[in-house]
Design a protein around this ligand. Structure first.
Ligand code: 4FN
Length: 265
């Protein structure tokens, strides 16, 4: 997959994308991350990419001409049908479902803003969709772009060494992850839950689902409600969900009853 990022800080993108799963995906030629700097599309001596906002007020706005030229150059290196995405606080929230949809695209053009943002007419004429990574003030769209690249690249066939990651498996069901443990069996006075060393795979599976359900219920009830209402590929079916209510009850009982927490199956 070809991903092009339009950014005033191309080194930031290349650096961050050179490590770990992203770096390996590029070595394996499953992914290619390129950049286009709007500054290389201005020809005045000062290389001006920003200007004052119409209507007044503080801050600067990215000028439309160099930005549209950069988006066109980036799009020209991507296969036809690659969406042009503007990372923006005004977009719908990026999530795993969007990551999955984007990972099936032939390529992606990601546009990262700076200053107060970009000229609205660039969004109207050159952008197919806006996406936000969350509700906080940022100084640029580069970290959001990297976040999208990371989430999308892991979904590319062959990008992960293990065929499937437990995280994506668990999250495909709309749930948070269960707790993980590795050696030693006792650390800081805390023992690994007995069920995980029992070798009983059915019990382990049940325990993990119960923990994932309980954690999701406690900290992200919105995810649980969404999962309950959704159906489709990778989503839990009605029979799964019927079992969820019972497991969730068990989880809450385990936590209520201090003796019950010893009964971790
Ligand atoms: N941010 C808000 C409202 C209005 C503006 C901002 C903001 C970086 C270029 C955009 C922010 C958040 C999530 C890109 C924030 C994102 C950005 C994102 C982003 C500089 C203009 C700006 C949400 C707090 C109400 C600055 C909130 N996902 N403007 O941060 O690019 O992708």
């Amino acid at each position: 997959m070809r991903i092009e990022v339009v950014t005033l800080f191309p080194e930031l993108i290349h650096q961050a994308a050179s490590w770990g799963v992203l770096g390996r995906a590029q070595e394996r030629q499953l992914l290619s991350v390129g950049t286009e700097d709007p500054r290389s599309h201005v020809h005045d001596v000062h290389k001006t990419v920003d200007d004052r906002p119409y209507g007044g007020g503080p801050g600067m706005v990215l000028k439309p001409e160099p930005l549209t030229a950069a988006i066109a150059a980036a799009a020209a290196r991507c296969p036809a049908g690659s969406p042009r995405v503007y990372l923006s606080a005004q977009g719908p929230r990026f999530n795993q479902a969007r990551a999955q949809a984007l990972s099936r695209m032939p390529g992606l053009v990601l546009v990262a803003g700076r200053y107060e943002g970009i000229d609205e007419r660039v969004i109207q004429t050159c952008i197919d969709e806006e996406l936000s990574v969350g509700d906080y003030v940022l100084s640029g769209g580069e970290l959001p772009a990297l976040l999208v690249i990371d989430a999308v690249a892991r979904l590319l066939e062959g990008a992960l060494n293990d065929a499937r990651s437990s995280i994506e498996e668990s999250f495909a069901g709309g749930l948070l992850d269960w707790p993980h443990y590795t050696r030693p069996e006792e650390f800081a006075g805390l023992r690994v839950p007995e069920v995980l060393v029992s070798g009983d795979h059915a019990r382990i599976r049940k325990w993990r689902l119960k923990q994932a359900l309980g954690k999701t219920w406690r900290v992200r009830p919105d995810l649980l409600l969404a999962a309950a209402g959704q159906a489709g590929e990778g989503q839990p079916d009605a029979a799964d969900k019927a079992g969820w209510a019972g497991l969730l009850n068990e989880f809450l009982q385990d936590k209520q009853d201090p003796k019950g927490s010893a009964n971790e199956d």
